[in-house]
Design a protein around this ligand. Structure first.
Ligand SMILES: Cc1ncc(C[n+]2csc(CCOP(=O)(O)OP(=O)(O)O)c2C)c(N)n1
Ligand code: SF4
Ligand SMILES: [Mg+2]
Length: 247
C-alpha cells in the first residue's frame, strides 16, 4: 500500500464514523481513523475502557463500522491476542482464507499501568497485532488522575500542585523503550499535529512482519496540558507536540 496524503485519505471510507462523543477537538478520533485507514485488509479492534472506548460506544449508538470488542481496563492486549489466535486457528482449519489485521486501542493508564502485563505478554508471544496507545498523560475518563505517563510536575487530581506538593513528583515512564526491550519488529511514536504521522506509522506497523515476532506497538501522544494544568504551574508550556502514540 503506497503512501497516502491527507487529501487521499478523505476519499476513503472511514472504519470509524463521525458523531462520536469525544471532546470537540480530541485527537483520538483522528488518530484511530488514520491508523485504521492504513490497511486495506479487514480489521478487528479490541478497545480497553477509557475516553475512546466510552465515547464511541454509548448505548444504543456505535461509531464502529468494523468488528469491535469492548474490553476491561487491564486486558485490551490479551483480548486482541485472543482474537488473533482464534483467527490463526480458523485459518489452519481452512475455515477462513482472508488476510486480517488486529488492533488494540488503549489509553496510557491501560497501557503503562494496569494493562502492562497483558501487553507485555502479547508482545512477547509474538501475536500478529498492533497496539496503539492514546497517551493523554493521565486517567482522563475518570477525572484526571496521574498515570505513570504523566509528566513530572503536572498537576492532576491525585498529584495536585499546591502548598503540600508541587505536582507529580516522578518522571514519566519511557514506554516506547519498554516495548523496544521486547525485541518487537516495529515501535513508533507519532503525534497528530504531524499531519500524516499516525497514518504513516500505522501503515508501517501493518506492513512490518518478522517471522516469530510480529507484534507492533505505536504510541500516540495527544497533549492534554489544559486539563493537567501543566503549562500553568510547573511544566514547560507549549508542549503541543508531546502526544505520542507508541507501538
Ligand atoms: C480495574 C479497573 N479499575 C478502574 C477502572 C475505572 N476506569 C475506567 S477508565 C479509567 C481511566 C482510563 O485511563 P486511560 O487508560 O489513560 O484512558 P483515558 O480515559 O485517559 O483515555 C479508569 C480508572 C476500571 N474500569 N477498571
Ligand atoms: S478528555 Fe481528552 S482524551 Fe478524553 S475525550 Fe476529551 S480531549 Fe479526548
Ligand atoms: Mg489517559
Amino acid at each position: 500500500m503506497s503512501t497516502r496524503s491527507i487529501k487521499d485519505l478523505t476519499k476513503l471510507e472511514p472504519k470509524m464514523a463521525s458523531g462520536h462523543r469525544l471532546c470537540a477537538g480530541c485527537a483520538e478520533g483522528i488518530i484511530a481513523r488514520q491508523v485504521l485507514m492504513a490497511t486495506d485488509k479487514p480489521v478487528a479492534v479490541a478497545n480497553a475502557t477509557g475516553c475512546f472506548e466510552v465515547s464511541t460506544s454509548i448505548y444504543p449508538y456505535t461509531s464502529w463500522k468494523v468488528p469491535w470488542i469492548h474490553t476491561a481496563f487491564g486486558n485490551g492486549a490479551a483480548t486482541c491476542a485472543g482474537l488473533e489466535a482464534a483467527y490463526q486457528s480458523l485459518k489452519r482449519q481452512g475455515k477462513i482464507t482472508d488476510e486480517m489485521r488486529f488492533v488494540s486501542f488503549a489509553g496510557d493508564g491501560a497501557t503503562y499501568d494496569i494493562g502492562l502485563q497483558a501487553l507485555s505478554g502479547a508482545m512477547e508471544r509474538g501475536h500478529h497485532m498492533m497496539h496503539v496507545c492514546f497517551n493523554n498523560e493521565a486517567y482522563m475518563n475518570t477525572g484526571i488522575q496521574r498515570s505513570s505517563a504523566t509528566q513530572f510536575g503536572a498537576s492532576t487530581t491525585t498529584s495536585p500542585a499546591g502548598s503540600v506538593i508541587p505536582g507529580k513528583g516522578e518522571y514519566s515512564k519511557d514506554m516506547t523503550m519498554v516495548m523496544i526491550a521486547h525485541d518487537i519488529p516495529y515501535a513508533a511514536q507519532a503525534s497528530p499535529p504531524q499531519l500524516e504521522g499516525p497514518h504513516r506509522q500505522g501503515r508501517e506497523g501493518f506492513r512490518v512482519r518478522r517471522t516469530g515476532v510480529p507484534e507492533r506497538h505505536i504510541h500516540m501522544s495527544q497533549g492534554m496540558e489544559d486539563r493537567q494544568r501543566l503549562g500553568d504551574i510547573h511544566g514547560p508550556a507549549g508542549r503541543s507536540d508531546l502526544c505520542m502514540a507508541s507501538l
